[in-house]
Every structure is written in structure tokens, then in C-alpha cells.
Design a protein around this ligand. Structure first.
Ligand code: PHE
Length: 342
């Protein structure tokens, strides 16, 4: 066995001496020192020897192993150094493209509109997505068991708010912030809110259970419908260009009186009628109206002294129209093929 070890050592050192590059180095490293290599094979035999012999041969085998390891190490270091010196850096090669993150289309449009509203003197808020039944419904003139609740079915949380007698719901609209901000800031008040809302919806290309809304309202003395129409026109022109016209048609919302639907001329056909506007020439964008006296009262504001308008719209829908996105479900899909287009 001692002979075998000696022979192995000589052979290994000889081959090592002939090595020219890292590839051939790796080959002989595996052959001699690898897990299935020659040295390991011989060392395995040591355990079968008698005690006395085992001690002698074992020590020698170990010495040889250490020596070989350190020689191999030396040669490897030398080769690597040489390799580095020889490596040629071609500075004319095109660089690797660095992936940069960017804003979600919803966020882009939200930022633009927040900028517009702050320039008009509005304060910008977000608010709780898990909302008290009170702010989402009751304070907005939608009592429990009132049929108007059917307009916005949502997810009720089976837990009472610690300091309230009301249930918690996932907010169905950003209107839930109306009375909250009235409580905090009183009148006069100009506020806008953008954020996620939730509804118990069967999803399709135009409906999602989770979507974004934007809300604006203004309370002051002598605020009337013409102020509302003015702000709707400002927003519509900002979104769809200076040619855009706005019309208002009656619509029921429990928290406004009168309540209206704010419609804008279709930006695709400019009112002529096309597939996008279902050949009506108009796109329904805003839910709006004059804030109901009951809502002002709930907010601690005297409706005899103050009046206000409120409007809300689906930010997701506006973004969908602006970029011609066919399926609203793409927004939260996390699909990079979609997101990278913006
Ligand atoms: N909150 C209403 C909705 O989600 C929209 C709305 C806001 C209507 C403000 C009137 C006033 O449908």
C-alpha cells in the first residue's frame, strides 16, 4: 500500500507539472483528489489494515494527502492569476440592460390628478380600506336594511370595531371619507381622496372585486350645481383634452340630492358614436351631486349655512379608457407583459 501511495504521489505531481490551464488542472484534480479519485480509493483500503499497520500507513497516507492538496492549491492559484491577466475586456460590447422599476398606470394617472386638485386648493387624503359600516353606509344616508345597500354589495368583516357599535366592511367607495374629513376639518372644506375599494362582484373585463376610485368634494357657503359642473369639466378636459364636453343627467345616489351622472364626450369619436361609447357619443364617468343635508348633518355641518358638491369616479375605469386597456383584471394581475408597456 505504501508503494501504491508513493506511486500515486509521483504520478500526480508529474501530471501537475504538465498542466497548462485551468481546464486540464480540473481534470487531474478530479482524477487524483476527487471524491471518486485514486487517492480516496487507496485511503479507503486503510481501514481494513491491522492496528499497527494502520497507524504507520495512515500517517503516511495523511502526509501525502496534505502535500498533494497544498501543491494542487499552489498550482491552481498560479493558473488563476495568469488567467486573470490574460482576460481581455472588450469595452465596446453593449452593456447589460438594467431593469428599472416604474409606476403602475393607476399611480401615474392618480399622481396627475392629485397634482391638478392640489393646484385647485384641495387637500389630498387616503383613508382606511377596512372601514366602519357607519362611514361607508350609515353616515351617507344609507341605513341598515335600506334597499340602496344592494347597489354596493361588499365584504363584511365578522368582528365589531373595538370602539364602535358598527361592523367593519371593506369600503365600497371612497365616499366613506366624506364624513370622516368633515368630522376632522369641518367647513369650509375642499378634499380629494384616492384609493382602493372593494365590492362583492362577479368579475369580468369591466368589473373587479378590488379597484381604485377617486373622490372630490367641496363644502362652502352658496355652493351649487354650476360649481360641480365646472369641476367636472376641469377634470374631464385634463383627462381627455380641451375639446371634451360634459353633460349631467339625473341619477340616484342616497348621499346626494340632486344626484347626477356626469358624462363626457367620447374621446375616441368626439361624440359621433363608436364601439367604445356604445354609439351614444358619451362616456359615463362621474357619480356626483349636491351633498345630501343628512350627510352634512352627520358630519356636524349645518346644511342651512353650508352646501357642497361631491363626485366620484372609478380611477381604474378612467385609466382603462385612457390607455385602451380591454380587461380591467390586468391591473392587479402582476403580469409583466402588461406592466412593462407603461
Ligand atoms: N360613491 C359613488 C359610487 O361609488 C359615486 C359618487 C360619489 C356619487 C360622490 C355621488 C357623489 O358609485
Amino acid at each position: 500500500m505504501i508503494e501504491k501511495l508513493q506511486k500515486l504521489k509521483e504520478e500526480a505531481l508529474e501530471s501537475l507539472g504538465k498542466v497548462k490551464d485551468l481546464n486540464s488542472f480540473r481534470e487531474i484534480e478530479v482524477k487524483y483528489l476527487g471524491r471518486k479519485g485514486d487517492l480516496t480509493n487507496i485511503l479507503r483500503g486503510v481501514s481494513e489494515l491491522g492496528d499497527e499497520e494502520k497507524r504507520n500507513v495512515g500517517k503516511m497516507a495523511n502526509d501525502i494527502k496534505m502535500e498533494l492538496f497544498s501543491k494542487f492549491e499552489e498550482v491552481r492559484n498560479a493558473l488563476e492569476k495568469k488567467g486573470n491577466k490574460d482576460r481581455f475586456v472588450d469595452v465596446t460590447l453593449p452593456g447589460k440592460k438594467i431593469q428599472k422599476g416604474h409606476l403602475h398606470p393607476n399611480t401615474i394617472v392618480q399622481n396627475e390628478l392629485e397634482y391638478l386638485f392640489t393646484s385647485l386648493g384641495f387637500m389630498v387624503f387616503d383613508g382606511p380600506e377596512l372601514e366602519s359600516d357607519y362611514y361607508n353606509f350609515e353616515a351617507l344616508n344609507i341605513p341598515k336594511y335600506h334597499p340602496a345597500r344592494d347597489m354596493q354589495d361588499t365584504f363584511y368583516i365578522d368582528k365589531k370595531n373595538a370602539d364602535s357599535e358598527y361592523d367593519l366592511v371593506m369600503r365600497t367607495h371612497t365616499s366613506s371619507m366624506q364624513v370622516r374629513t368633515m368630522h376632522k376639518y369641518g367647513a369650509p372644506l375642499r378634499a380629494m381622496i384616492a384609493g382602493r375599494c372593494f365590492r362583492n362582484e362577479a368579475t369580468d373585463v369591466r368589473h373587479e372585486h378590488t379597484f381604485y376610485q377617486m373622490e372630490g368634494f367641496m363644502i362652502d357657503k352658496d355652493i351649487n350645481l354650476s360649481h360641480l359642473k365646472g369641476i367636472l369639466e376641469t377634470v374631464a378636459k385634463h383627462l381627455y383634452g380641451p375639446e371634451t364636453k360634459v353633460r349631467m343627467r339625473p341619477k340616484f345616489y342616497p348621499f346626494v340630492e340632486p344626484g347626477t351622472n356626469g358624462e363626457v364626450t367620447c374621446f375616441l369619436c368626439h361624440g359621433a358614436g363608436c364601439r367604445l361609447c356604445k354609439y351614444s357619443g358619451w362616456l359615463e364617468i362621474f357619480g356626483c351631486g349636491m351633498i345630501h343635508p343628512n350627510v352634512l348633518r352627520a358630519g356636524g355641518i349645518d346644511p342651512k349655512e353650508y352646501s357642497g358638491y361631491a363626485f366620484g369616479f372609478g380611477l381604474s375605469r378612467v385609466v382603462q379608457l385612457k390607455y385602451g386597456i380591454e380587461d380591467v383584471r390586468l391591473f392587479q394581475s402582476g403580469d409583466l407583459r402588461f406592466l412593462e408597456q407603461f
